[in-house]
Design a protein around this ligand. Structure first.
Ligand code: 6PG
Length: 472
């Protein structure tokens, strides 16, 4: 009987949690997994939700179980596996049915898939889902890209399962085709920047101030009560307070300093570059992960150059106050960059991305959820602005916070502590607020070796310099 509200393919960690969340909100859901035994195990283990779950052994049975027009969530590994499932679904779905890719897809793949489905009568949604396992089960942040009519078909289910911020669901239709997956990519770029800056501050507390993990955890826990209140600061405090059950030592001290990545951070940097939007803090965060993976080279380099760190100057209370503000200022720069990338992408792809809505649906459910995003949503709701740094609320906050960022970056440099993301945030801010920069010299150099021409400050049109012999 075709009475399921929605279908789902892929009962991995994210897929099964999403399916349970959907069922818990009162919906019947048809589920399919490549390995049939997994489908039945999932059904058996669903407890009181079992009656709302329709286990299907074939994709055909899955399609037959859903009320038309049939929405089917595909929650498999991004890439070829998604194309494979689309190919299978094309054989069993019919006009107006909706395939929903809920994985961390590259938005360019999503755009391609929209193109490939054109004229088939089938529709597609590229859906960014953030919040990890816990979010999928109890309320993720959901970023939807596709036709508005497709959104209307699934809006009720998706808003029901999404996280709520003061009662408002953190799910929204953001624009056509690749809009949802693009926004999720930028979310992850910002996530990388937030995490890297937190790690840099941890480095200063550990190596510059000589603090123990638990002490550092308490600092983060305290900061979580103030302007830095966010999920990532909260989990940082908890991570730092945990002990390794095997050795009894602080867990964080037993973890190898080599960070992994699956590609979304890198994609956000590639797209920022393609769009010509500076996203230096996000770039620095992605590069820092790559550098972290060069463990053997770093160990060898320490033997050559010494890894010595000079004591961090300043009294502890004063430094702690500065670190909190510096992290906040760095965060402002990173979010300014991420939102500037989305604003430009919106223009370039004709998406009309609602920036205040994006900030709103990131206030809960997703990995970068924070009090800060509430402030940011308000700052953007006054109408289009060139950059977050130019909204009155953030002008005030950056005026207060940037001197601390400057002191922390300067003192870290002197002490020999790497702060690539924080210093790039400062460099971005300082370059952005400099009315007369230094590119006049670059223009002169370009004209010298390539006769590229330059604009003058006192007249319009292209000009050349009096470079003499050796010039182009
Ligand atoms: C989220 C996360 C998630 C991402 C992980 C791992 O929003 O829930 O962004 O989608 O997969 O954070 O990403 P990396 O392996 O690239 O760190």
């Amino acid at each position: 009987m075709a009475d399921a509200e929605i279908g789902l393919i892929g009962l991995g960690v994210m897929g099964s949690n999403l399916a349970l969340n959907i069922a818990e909100k009162g919906n019947r859901i048809a589920v399919f997994n490549r390995t049939a035994s997994k489908t039945h195990e999932f059904h058996q283990d669903a407890g009181s939700l079992r009656d709302r779950i329709v286990p299907c052994d074939t994709i055909k049975a899955l399609a037959a179980a859903i009320r038309p027009p049939r929405p089917v969530i595909i929650m498999v590994q991004a890439g070829a596996a998604v194309d494979e499932q689309i190919a299978h679904l094309r054989g069993v779905l019919s006009a107006n049915d909706i395939m929903i890719d809920a994985g961390n897809a590259n938005f360019r793949d999503t755009m391609r898939r929209f193109g490939e489905l054109e004229g088939s009568g089938l529709t597609f949604i590229g859906m960014g889902v953030s919040g990890g396992e816990e979010g999928a089960r109890h309320g993720p942040s959901i970023m939807v890209g596709g036709a508005e009519a497709s959104w209307k078909r699934v809006e009720k289910v998706l808003t029901a399962i999404a996280a709520k911020y003061e009662g408002e669901p953190c799910a929204a239709w953001l624009g056509p085709d690749g809009a949802g997956h693009f926004v999720k990519t930028i979310h992850n770029g910002i996530e990388y920047a937030d995490m890297q800056m937190i790690a840099e501050i941890y480095g200063i507390l550990r190596d510059g101030l000589g603090m123990a993990p638990k002490e550092i955890g308490q600092v983060f826990a305290r900061w979580n009560e103030g302007r830095l209140d966010s999920y990532l600061i909260e989990i940082t405090a908890r991570v730092l307070e945990a002990d390794d059950p095997e050795t009894g030592k602080p867990m964080v001290d037993m973890i190898l300093d080599r960070a992994g990545q699956k590609g979304t951070g890198k994609w956000s940097v590639i797209e920022a570059q393609q769009l010509g939007v500076p996203a230096t803090t996000i770039e620095a965060a992605v590069a820092a992960r790559v550098l972290s993976s060069l463990k053997d080279e770093r160990v060898a380099a320490q033997a050559v150059y010494g890894g010595g760190v000079a004591p961090f100057p300043g009294g502890r209370d004063e430094v702690l106050a500065d670190l909190e503000l510096a992290l906040f200022a760095g965060k402002v720069a990173a979010y300014a960059q991420g939102f500037a990338v989305m604003a430009e992408a919106s223009r370039a792809f004709g998406w009309n991305l609602p920036l205040p809505t994006i900030a709103k649906i990131w206030r809960a459910g997703c990995i970068i959820r924070s009090q800060f995003l509430g402030t940011l949503a308000k700052a953007f709701s006054g109408g289009p602005v060139a950059n977050l740094l130019m909204t009155p609320a953030f002008v005030r906050m950056m005026q207060e916070a940037n001197p601390a960022l400057r002191r922390i970056v300067a003192r870290s440099a002197e002490a020999g502590l790497p702060v690539p993301a924080l210093s790039s945030a400062l460099g971005y801010f300082d370059s952005y607020r400099l009315g007369r920069g230094t590119s006049n010299l670059i223009q002169a150099q370009r004209d010298f070796f390539g006769a590229h021409g330059f604009e003058r400050i006192d007249s319009s049109g292209a000009h050349h310099g009096p470079w003499g012999s050796g010039a182009a």
